[in-house]
Design a protein. Structure first.
Lengths: 428, 428
């Protein structure tokens, strides 16, 4: 039997303990599949005294993850601490500089420093792997980087924040407003310490930026992701969208166009009977579209101890088997600058607004829309008992800047009550 | 730039030409992703004169695929000829014996000779890869062998014959009988020369046996797959199943139990609102269940030039990148004998029958079912205008042998008209 692959594990939270459990319970299975033993040599976490539902007595303890990363008796540094700066970054850099491969679940770290870290890895002859950073247990990074590597990718999409999808589906099923379900999610422990990472779309945006880099051979450019969270989605929008056969999802879309790279993580309408539309609760979905393969849809648990540890271990197993694929699927120095598209691909839009119930109100809005060059597919004025008429418009395909232009001119009509809502209807 | 990876391509049908197109149009992309050029050196097909929608003038021509396999100027033998014996087998053996890796789309070959070929490959220090053999463009083999390799797999399932799924969904949507839709499919060119490969479940059974070998670390045992085709599924069954919230699919299921390995490819009922239930037309789906990850669902095109060539190329790219994973995910000599389970896991069953409309008929049937130890979940006698009453029964979970026993005793009741239909309701 060849020499074992020796792991240094930084982070003993839910995911770290999941990794420990797999290594301990599946030692024979892992050795059979990789041809060599996989061993944890040393671990690191903030608080040594915490009770952790796993026997760690066989592992050396390092209080400093950088010291763990530098140990000469490990081959792979497994980083499941989190955080896009500070210890996680320092330790990852130390691991690469001292000749270790890195397996990380840290989407924020790679979204912010992916290019620099990938370059550092290649200069050191090492690689960074990050299956667990995107879509939990779904082998999405592998499917894209390896399984579809014969394709020029056209578009990648994903519902990749389980908490947002839980909130949106729970609002629909229970008929509850956003604030109530947000509070439920908080009490269930579904939200990050900074909830805006979830509901602001930042966490999912991190993931999208990593998928886009691989798909299009471009440097990670998280800063160019158009981000919009779910905080403004009302139960009324969810109901009206459902009436028309749609569901609202926090959907990430990255596509390469003649105008540059589009990346957005925004609430969108998708057909209710599509795989994306039918995704319930915390489950994630990644959609990969290539020129030869067409559309591949991957669905599975987006978080949790078992699924995330499964993804971490798939990277560890690949390393044990000798896989040496560059971090983003090709050498970091060959990744192109991603020129952000100045404008997004046109799409149908959902527009909801409340109008004063007086003659000519609807005509004024329709005129503004027409003057913006937007044609209307469907328009519906709902019954109402007061002086405010709820109006719903579905446009034909229109440029987002035309939609924005029309919205900016609504106020001047003097017939609008409150703010209008505009949501993209993604074609899938 | 390192030396090119040189391919010998045997088979210039739809898939082979798809491979040629990707290699020719994506040369730069492939080199960027693998770090080396990928080149076709020589090709082989039965008829050289046929017009083939691709420029083959740069490739050497071999009329004999075995001669192609033996050429000293190729590194990888790509077999997309088909057939489980004869030339495909001879050429694959010749390729391995002369030191080439093999990429094949040939499920029949591997289902029948997978263990022997995997052993031959390992003795020669070579590997066989077969992503294109299972579920077309879906990277299912990779997801299972690599992406979920940290899991003890519990169950794998799949709808993996697009023609059968086309027939079943078309029967439902158009309200047409099996024979009519079968004839449509034949005229559309959806059926193999021997249609029983499709509608008899053999092709899908081949694929299931390959997934099972990887999932459970057992030798391929296609002969142990319980096979039943879709020829007996009536439009009436499709309608009645839909009434109760189910759809009928030709579903493959492999699971390891305390009683041995279960493998079956049979028509089953699945919930209409599940991902499997919602699968329409020729699209394939593979469901992978592991102890850590839970359930992963993969969906995509199961056939066609682009998708199948995409899968072939993912194997070629892996080889170009230096991947050396054994054929079935671990060395062939370490694969266990698969002991077939003597009996299948209990499941709810759908039973449809026609009874003589006379007093006590239903009671007699219910008595037989009760005496077989089966409890009834729902029973429905449909309205009828003649002397024959259609009856539908959904049982609680029951052992298949108990169901078979009850069916065998129905005739003796003297109240049955024709043959009863019994279908498993798979829990998903």
């Amino acid at each position: 039997m060849p020499a074992p692959l020796r792991l240094g594990l930084a982070g003993l939270g839910t995911v770290g303990i999941g990794v420990v459990k797999i290594v301990q319970t599946h030692a024979a299975l892992l050795a059979a599949r990789t041809g060599r033993p996989i061993e944890i040599v040393a671990v690191s976490a903030r608080d040594r005294s915490r009770n952790r539902d796993a026997d760690l007595s066989g592992y050396a303890w390092e209080s400093d993850p950088v010291a763990l990363a530098r140990r000469s008796d490990i081959d792979v540094f497994v980083e499941v601490m989190g955080g896009h700066d500070g210890a996680a970054k320092d330790a990852t850099e130390a691991a690469l500089a001292t000749g270790k491969d890195v397996v990380t679940a840290n989407k924020a770290l790679l979204a912010h420093h992916g290019q620099a870290l990938a370059l550092a890895a290649e200069q050191a002859g090492r690689i960074i792997r990050f299956e667990a950073a995107v879509a939990g247990g779904i082998p999405a990074i592998k499917a894209l980087t390896e399984g579809l590597a014969g394709n020029r990718m056209k578009r990648v999409m994903g519902v990749m924040n389980g908490t947002c999808n839980y909130i949106l589906t729970r609002m629909e099923s229970a008929g509850l407003p956003y604030e109530t379900v947000f509070e439920e999610a908080r009490q269930l422990g579904y939200l990050e310490a900074d909830p805006n990472l979830d509901v602001g779309g930042i966490d999912a945006g991190h993931k999208l930026s990593l998928l886009a880099a691989i798909a299009f051979g471009t440097k990670v450019s998280f800063d160019a992701v158009e981000l919009e969270g779910i905080g403004k989605i009302s139960i009324e929008d969810i109901r009206l969208a459902a009436d028309m056969g749609y569901r609202i999802k926090l959907l990430g879309v990255a596509q390469m166009t003649g105008r540059g790279l589009e990346q957005r993580m925004t609430p969108c309408l998708v057909p209710a009977d599509s795989p994306l539309g039918q995704l319930q609760g915390g489950t994630n979905m990644v959609v990969l579209e290539g020129d030869s393969v067409g559309q591949i849809v991957l669905r599975g648990p987006g978080a949790g101890q078992g699924p995330t540890a499964s993804a971490v271990m798939s990277d560890v197993i690949d390393l044990a088997r000798g896989s040496r694929i560059p971090t983003f699927g090709q050498p970091a120095a060959t990744l192109a600058e991603a020129t952000p598209a100045a404008s997004a691909t046109p799409a149908a839009h959902y527009l909801r607004m409340t109008l004063l119930d007086k003659p000519g109100a609807l005509a004024k809005i329709a005129t503004v829309i027409g003057e913006a060059g937007i044609s209307i597919d469907r328009m519906h004025q709902y019954g109402h008992s007061d002086a405010h008429a709820p109006v719903l418009i579905v446009t034909h395909r229109a440029a987002p800047q035309d939609i924005a232009h029309a919205l900016s001119r609504f106020a001047a009509t003097g017939v609008l009550v409150g703010e209008p809502v505009a949501l993209r209807i993604e074609e899938i």
